[in-house]
Design a protein around this ligand. Structure first.
Ligand SMILES: Cc1cc2nc3c(=O)[nH]c(=O)nc-3n(C[C@H](O)[C@H](O)[C@H](O)COP(=O)(O)OP(=O)(O)OC[C@H]3O[C@@H](n4cnc5c(N)ncnc54)[C@H](O)[C@@H]3O)c2cc1C
Length: 420
């Protein structure tokens, strides 16, 4: 891709989701909206419903008092950021935007009401659900939900991130950290490979004889040529990637002996980071919003095709070709907010455009990215031809440093858009 096209796409993507200007005209909207899940999708949607239609009562039901972003959590693992660097609160959503924030787990989205864990209910005219992912803990022999305390996934940020970081710190020099990425689809396609780079970045400084071994359930991965080029440049032989066919597919784990069994033999590890296969957040399953693992939606309004009046966005919904990313969830949050406000005003929905850029760090000063713009054709979300692309190969150190700076700018902008 030519650099100029790339920069143009990046700028469009940074502007966030592209709402048609007239979608903001919704002064007549009245009603009650309940949002379940205050992450990338839900926090954005709650705020934007209030921005578009201040008279609408918005309640955000979020089980945690603080939110840790997965974006930039790999930098925490690499020792570049404290965990507090990815922590955000909900204060401004209530004090500045008038969202009523209820810290409780939601048990179910019922007919016209969300039932909370303590049995109380919050009534709605429209609900929006953005609960992120839950895991299939039972697909790998030898693994279980309880074993996540010994073999962390760190695929939800917070305590799991801190645990994995402590394990890396305790690992001996000369030890091996094994990462086991899942098959598609999963949250953040480039995430495991950015993580490998951040492990190596830390090892290079603290344990130069250590190794990162990626045993993959796939044959290829996102931004692969750029990651491989960067790994070779900065880390030499420290990172090894094995595709499923080349013996990467793990068949069992043994947490006692810290061994990964593959078709080709056993790999002994000091740290194992197994990222289990994923599915929509549990509440989506408990509320009749899923078909198989994920939630089918109308790709213009994000209204569930199974439950009228309930919208699902973010990782839980089927929005391919958009990847399951924070940027996608944020972009969908704005589109769904506009659709909800228009529905409450009795107006027809307007087809939005969506944007996504996934930045990844190879080192803290070597960034790479993939950007795209999307539109729904009414049935599915399609990439817009000619918009977007990936960072060029063989770019110089200055270019890579600028992309790392853009990544930091993106993080500041998107978290401000969600929480502040
Ligand atoms: C290591 C890693 C790196 C990543 N890096 C990037 C990146 O650089 N860029 C990017 O765009 N994306 C990145 N992602 C992906 C991004 O984190 C997700 O795609 C994004 O968080 C999805 O948003 P969401 O709203 O669907 O879910 P989440 O952000 O997970 O939010 C879900 C929220 O719902 C709450 N919740 C769930 N169930 C309930 C319930 N029953 N009651 C109440 N609350 C509930 C949870 O507590 C949570 O706060 C990364 C992911 C990982 C794992």
């Amino acid at each position: 891709m030519k650099r100029r096209t790339f920069l143009t796409a990046g700028a469009a993507a940074l502007a966030g989701s592209v709402l048609p200007a007239h979608s903001a005209r919704a002064g007549k909207a009245r009603g009650r909206v309940v949002v379940v899940g205050g992450g990338f999708g839900g926090a954005t949607a709650a705020k934007y419903v209030k921005l578009l239609a201040p008279e609408v009562e918005v309640t955000l039901v979020e089980q945690n008092r603080e939110y840790h972003t997965c974006p930039f959590s790999n930098l925490v693992l690499g020792g570049e950021l404290p965990l507090s660097g990815v922590r955000h609160g909900y204060g401004a959503l209530s004090s500045r935007y008038g969202v009523r924030v209820v810290h409780s787990a939601a048990a179910q989205v019922g007919e016209g009401k969300v039932v909370l864990a303590d049995g109380s209910e919050v009534a709605f005219d429209r609900a929006l659900v953005s609960p992120g992912i839950d895991f299939h803990f039972d697909k790998m022999p030898g693994y279980s939900a309880a074993l996540a305390e010994k073999i962390p996934h760190a695929w939800k940020a917070g305590a799991q991130t801190a645990l994995l970081r402590r394990q890396l710190e305790a690992m001996p020099d000369g030890g091996t950290a094994v990462i086991l990425p899942p098959a598609n689809p999963f949250r953040c396609p480039p995430g495991p490979y950015e993580r490998a780079g951040m492990f190596a970045h830390y090892f290079k400084k603290a344990k130069p004889r250590a190794k990162v071994l990626i045993l993959d359930a796939k044959e290829k991965f996102s931004k692969q040529p750029l990651f491989e080029e960067g790994w070779a440049l900065h880390y030499g032989e420290m990172i090894e990637w094995r595709s499923a066919e080349a013996g990467g597919k793990a068949e069992a784990l043994d947490a006692k002996t810290m061994t990964v069994e593959t078709e080709f033999g056993e790999e002994k590890a000091d740290v194992i980071n197994y990222i289990p296969p994923q599915r929509a957040g549990q509440i989506a399953h408990d509320s009749g919003l899923t078909e198989g693992d994920w939630c089918p939606v109308n790709t213009i309004t994000f209204e569930s095709t199974l439950r009228p009046g309930v919208h699902v966005i973010g990782d839980s919904c089927v929005a391919a070709k958009m990847p399951k990313s924070g940027f996608s969830a944020n972009s969908q949050g704005k589109a769904a907010a506009a659709a909800i406000v228009r529905a409450l005003s009795g107006e027809e929905p307007i087809a939005p455009s969506f944007a996504n850029t996934c930045y990844s760090f190879v080192t803290p000063s070597h960034g790479i990215s993939v950007a795209a713009v999307y539109r729904s054709d009414g049935k599915a979300i399609q990439s817009v031809e000619g918009a977007g692309g990936v960072s060029p190969k063989e770019a110089g150190a200055d270019f890579r440093r600028r992309e790392a700076d853009y990544a930091r700018g993106w993080y500041r902008a998107i978290t401000a858009d969600m929480f502040y």
